[in-house]
Design a protein around this ligand. Structure first.
Ligand SMILES: Nc1nc2c(ncn2[C@@H]2O[C@H](COP(=O)(O)OP(=O)(O)OP(=O)(O)O)[C@@H](O)[C@H]2O)c(=O)[nH]1
Ligand SMILES: [Mg+2]
Length: 610
């Protein structure tokens, strides 16, 4: 049986991806701001009759005159210009029923293509709640196409749409009649005929915005929100981390006591437990961070923050549009860099891509936390703040401030005097659904565990191997690792890194840490377990380095991690998104340069002071 190909198109933030997930059972990212989806995603579903549909989720677009790379994808697919992709047989145009005035313009534009299409009148729940009455049949008549109500975030909220799609056969469906005339007038006419707006608009959004968008209170609220998150990452995670540490230690010790002395025991205890265990304990912190990111994304607050920071960001050489890509980079630079596709100006986009790796991604958390917990006392400052939380906050701020400085420098270099206006939609505030947040967290946990069991596991085993062989000669006096390949390599690198205070163990950890940042923690766990006392399993890594490193070395390593581009995947994405090796070289070059400089200054100054 043939498969019917359908594409979801519409303005940004109207619920296309929510509808896509509902229909296909996928888990694509849904969030309450424009520009979430930036690439084409395909899925399938089977209607009750057994008919199979292939469904495309596309980036949102304001019009078919694309102005940003994500809109280009949508335009090309709608126009059948995309190489290797046939035009969809049926276009499902999705609109936000609470915002028809804006969204119908795009519907009329797509209609001009003269292709079979239906209209999904989404967010009907929100429209009803607000008292917007829509005469569906009249709307159908006015538009000359079928109109189906949907609630994409409710189970069964797309049933009518499925039933409808199941009935129609795109081939038989007449292309809609194309009306000539000014779009604005047409929209007004359609609205007058089919929609009754409530007389009094809901004032809740406006009331919140009066505070949140206030030039002074707004910034204070933003700072407070951010600060609260870092405090929470530290204080809430502690009991959970202690629990995991305890579990890892007890199991590790059991293995150490049970397995016979030999290579296998070394691999399990020094490699797996000391290495992987050291990373695993950071799961709670990562989940707490993501909890806040998920809630913020769904709340509708983010575009407001972008709006608030626009002037500041413009002075620094960025635009408010860079805000969401940069914020996403706190989770991981890869989606952050991809999200720059919704930035129209190519130069702004490039600047954002270059500074995105400076945002503190969640893979840095294990490194930061390990060092902070080992070297910064958990004392309380001014009665309420946790000193460790403050240091973490400062590290995040260091990343942000450097990003601004670099962007400012780039802007100066290109002598950019352009004016700009930020046009950004402010979506309605929305209560994040507990279920969605839970699913989001579950997925993050899976991603993290997958990383631990794949890349981190394999690199840890590799490192264990390099630290074990060749075996020490007869009558050797130093720990075995000193004679191994890894030991020799570390010593070879040491002179280069000595001015910034890194010992050879850190040097070794930096190499696998190039592939992914957290691996450095696992690597340190393994290296110390191999070079030291027998019982040095995962949990003891913190106290161990606290005893062996100077404060200057620890702070220097923190400074290094604020800048160093220790992530191959980020560099690969920069290459893909900019299509230029030169940009990759510039990016890696300047980040390593800054890392070395910052670590050098930190080390020398701290050493002089302590
Ligand atoms: N109340 C309500 N909210 C919805 C509905 N459908 C989607 N949403 C919410 O609307 C927001 C946007 O949903 P998305 O699916 O990300 O929108 P999109 O059209 O894919 O957006 P872009 O990818 O940016 O073009 C999210 O906050 C969803 O939870 C609905 O039917 N009712
Ligand atoms: Mg989407």
């Amino acid at each position: 049986m043939s498969i019917s190909r359908i594409a979801l198109v519409g303005n940004p933030n109207c619920g296309k991806t929510a509808l896509f997930n509902q229909l296909t059972g996928s888990r694509q990212k849904v969030a309450n701001y424009a520009g979430v989806t930036v690439e084409r995603k395909e899925g399938r579903f089977t209607a009750p009759s057994g008919r199979v549909f292939s469904l495309l989720d596309l980036p949102g677009a304001y019009s078919l005159d694309a102005t940003s790379p994500d809109e280009v994808i949508t335009r090309d697919i709608c126009l059948g210009r995309r190489a290797g992709e046939a035009v969809p047989e049926l276009i499902v145009c999705v609109v936000d029923a609470t915002n028809l005035r804006l969204h119908l313009r795009f519907v009329l534009e797509v209609k001009r293509l003269g292709r079979p299409m239906v209209l999904a009148l989404n967010m009907m729940d929100a429209a009803r709640k607000r008292g917007v009455t829509i005469d569906r049949e009249e709307l159908q008549r006015q538009l000359g196409m079928d109109v189906i109500e949907t609630v994409a975030i409710q189970t069964g909220g797309a049933q009518d749409l499925v039933a409808h799609l199941d009935k129609v056969v795109a081939k038989d469906m007449a292309a809609p009649v194309v009306h000539e005339g000014e779009v604005h007038d047409q929209v007004r006419k359609i609205l007058a005929a089919a929609v009754v707006m409530p007389t009094a608009t809901s004032g809740i959004d406006d009331t919140i915005d009066r505070w949140v968008l206030h030039p002074v209170f707004g910034l204070a609220i933003l700072a407070l929100v951010m600060f609260f998150i870092f405090q929470a990452v530290f204080s809430w995670a502690e009991p959970l981390m202690d629990g995991i540490t305890e579990g890892v230690t007890v199991t590790g010790e059991w293995f150490a006591a049970t397995l016979p002395d030999g290579l296998l025991r070394s691999l399990v205890v020094d490699g797996l437990f000391a290495g992987l265990g050291a990373v695993l304990v950071f799961l709670p912190q990562i989940l707490i961070l993501f909890f806040f990111i998920l809630v913020l994304e769904e709340s509708g607050y983010l575009p407001r923050a972008a709006f608030l920071l626009d002037r500041l960001m413009f002075k620094a050489g960025l635009t408010g549009r860079s805000f969401i890509p940069l914020l996403s980079s706190f989770a991981c630079a890869i989606p952050g860099i991809m999200a720059t596709r919704s930035i129209q100006d190519p130069r702004d986009r490039l600047t954002t891509i270059l500074v995105a790796p400076l945002m503190t991604c969640s893979a840095r958390l294990p490194v930061y936390t390990l060092l902070i917990a080992a070297f910064i006392p958990a004392s309380t400052v001014w009665g309420i703040f946790n000193l460790q939380g403050i240091v973490l906050f400062v590290l995040y701020v260091a990343g942000i401030v450097s990003a601004m400085a670099v962007a400012w420098f780039i802007k100066r270099m290109r002598k950019d005097k352009s004016e700009h206006a930020l046009l950004m939609e402010l979506p309605s505030y929305r209560m994040p659904g507990a279920r969605n947040v839970a699913i989001g967290l579950w997925e993050r946990a899976l991603i993290f565990l997958r990383r631990v069991t794949t890349i981190i596991l394999s690199l840890t085993v590799l490192l264990w191997f390099l630290s074990t062989f060749p075996a020490p000669p007869e009558g050797a006096t130093l720990p075995a690792i000193d004679y191994s390949l890894a030991g020799q390599l570390g010593r070879l690198m040491e002179p280069v890194f000595a001015p910034i205070g890194f010992n050879w163990q850190i040097c070794i950890a930096l190499i696998p840490g190039l592939a992914a940042r957290e691996v450095a923690v696992a690597a340190l766990g393994t290296v110390y377990a191999m070079s030291g006392s027998e019982e040095a399993v995962a949990a003891q890594l913190g106290p161990l380095i606290a005893a062996q490193w100077s404060l200057a070395t620890a702070l220097s390593l923190l400074a290094w991690y604020v800048f160093a581009p220790q992530c191959m995947s980020t560099l690969a994405v920069i290459r893909r998104e900019t299509n230029s090796w030169r940009t990759v070289a510039v990016s890696a070059g300047y980040l390593f340069g800054l890392a070395y400089l910052a670590a050098f200054l930190t080390y020398q100054i701290t050493k002089a002071l302590t």
